[in-house]
Write a protein that binds this ligand. Sequence first.
Ligand SMILES: NC(=O)c1ccc[n+]([C@@H]2O[C@H](COP(=O)([O-])OP(=O)(O)OC[C@H]3O[C@@H](n4cnc5c(N)ncnc54)[C@H](OP(=O)(O)O)[C@@H]3O)[C@@H](O)[C@H]2O)c1
Length: 326
Amino acid sequence: MKAIRCVNYGAPSSLVLEETDDPAPKPGQVVIETLAAGLGYVDALLVAGLYQVKTPLPFVPGSEVAGKVIALGEGVADALMGKRVMALSPSGALAEKTALPAAACIPVPDVMSAEAAAGFIVSYCTALYGFETCGHLAAGETVLVLGAAGGVGMAAIDVAKAMGATVIAAASSETKRNAAKAAGADFTIDYTKNEWRAELEPLTGRRDVDLVYDPVGGDISETAFRCLAPGGRHLVIGFAAGAIPRIPLNLPLLKRSSIVGVDWGGYIRANPADNVPLLKTLTAMASEGRIHPEPSASYPLTEAPAVLQRLLDRESVGKPVITFSR
Ligand SMILES: NC(=O)c1ccc[n+]([C@@H]2O[C@H](COP(=O)([O-])OP(=O)(O)OC[C@H]3O[C@@H](n4cnc5c(N)ncnc54)[C@H](OP(=O)(O)O)[C@@H]3O)[C@@H](O)[C@H]2O)c1
């Protein structure tokens, strides 16, 4: 089978496409024939060896996968054979086949394509966990989503709208703002402009927002925090801009607002059982048409390094997915 391997941490161009042996399932595992793999900024950081958790070398990148079960390990129920499933895995998605714990495999709802399923788990679970468990988002509140046209940002728009929020999407280019609008944002804002805060009131009739969803970091975070209304919540999702902001502690006091860390990955590592109800809620929302997980674009496996480079270069729009042709 074909697989992309990371043999040294570095730029996506250092990844190698190789022929390797098919995996065999260990007890409790299934082997899936990969239909699609979702990619995000985290995957590019993992390849660079710059993420908070380092994957031991060599490894096959890609942590979000959808595929068809083609082999069962000892102890796995026969009913899983042939099923379309999606899974989150530390690595291994950029391969034509991959072995996974059966317990990690979730059935793909009929309404969802394999591409949509492969791009679904990380960004949508982070959004629902972030808004519901960490941010206590209530219907009628206003949310400012930063980096709104990224994979994580687009899912946040979709989930916040489904929860009854008004969504302001902040992005750096017209193309990205149009993509955020198409994903359901009520308003868009160019947060690369000086004084972009002044544009909130003409847009929404309010000078402030109830929640900030922040996967960007850098200088923009403090300005966004200053947009919060009393009782506001700034959800810290990630630092795609590179720099980790240092917000003065008098600001939460003066704004009577909170900074809340949203580490969905860490949360489910500590409470693995809690992700099942979260995913059930999300797949039900997708089946009912309340959320609309769709990848922005699909690429062949050979394009995966270029897709990862575009994420690092701030050129990616939406959630990119790799599809496997046979
Ligand atoms: N907390 C969690 O559980 C969790 C889960 C998944 C991902 N994350 C984090 O979420 C962040 C976003 O991931 P993603 O997959 O959505 O990435 P993405 O698709 O690349 O989106 C990130 C967005 O950040 C903005 N950005 C600003 N400065 C940037 C820079 N120097 N380089 C790249 N992007 C920049 C870009 O929007 P503009 O050009 O419009 O500014 C871009 O669209 C990452 O930091 C990731 O680690 C956290």
